[in-house]
Design a binder for this molecule. Sequence first.
Ligand SMILES: [Zn+2]
Length: 324
Amino acid sequence: MSSLSRRRFLALGGSGLAAVGVSAYSLTHAAEPVSGAGANWPPTPTAVPTQPPAPTPTPRPIEPRGRVAATLLPGSDYQVDGVAIHSGQPGPRLMVLGGVHGNEPGGWFAAEAIANWEIKTGSLLVFPRVNWRAAAIVERTLPEIGDINRAYPGDPNGVPAQRIANAIIDAGREFRPELLFDLHESWVFYQERGANNGTAFIGQTVAIGGGATEGTVDRIANVVRMVNGAISTREEFLMRGAATPRPGIQIVPPNNPAPGAPRPQTPPSNGVTFNGTSSLSLGQWIPGCVPILVEMGQRDQAERRRSDLHQMLVRTTLEQSGMM
Ligand SMILES: [Zn+2]
């Protein structure tokens, strides 16, 4: 474990997150444009509506190029530090979570690397070690925290896992990502699971959350196809949660929902229900966001390689999106 600790230290030192000095999660907004401006403005008295018009979505202001500290639950015992990376150009907005489970280091090493990337369009919001207290001891979580990936949509007054989950949704609603990558690890590769079942046997899978359009499924399928073309046969990723086949990719069903999971509030469109309280359900609370839950197999796969494969999936997505 000493090499792990050392690399964790190095990764932290190199992440640039130590420079966080902003106390709150902050993404600046430009002033809203004056509504109603145009040929019919000012309105004649008879045209004054008795009710304010329904707000129309305004184009999101483009943040200046640069890196901005992002923080969940600032000032609390469970404060989570992250970074928003802005290209200064219009483009896609992606969010990345690492370390939701502390014993899945391939995911948080990858997220720490991603937090240092440069992008040429759009924006990227990264929280590399969401459950950093658990990551510090390489445990899935701590009893006093709870399981963040079973806690969505969370509760601002709940146990820490619920508070963190709630803060992730708040950050997502503020940032408005179109895709959210949640980088996890499983133990056994799905292809090698045999008769086994459960979340310890879903390694090397990429799951797409409920509500994804066929176009988004195609987009992710294309990423998986490209990455699979560059890695070994054993490392190849399967896709969980596409209702219809995609050429060249093995599609497997999503896991069964957790017992007692809340009923979906919105019908799914891609064969994945919103059932369950994992990040795959985030689309129902972060409008316009499709969550992608990557599960990397740990068995007989080196930690460094797992981190690299996580990064390949995210990087290829960014490249395909014109962000890198
Ligand atoms: Zn996990």
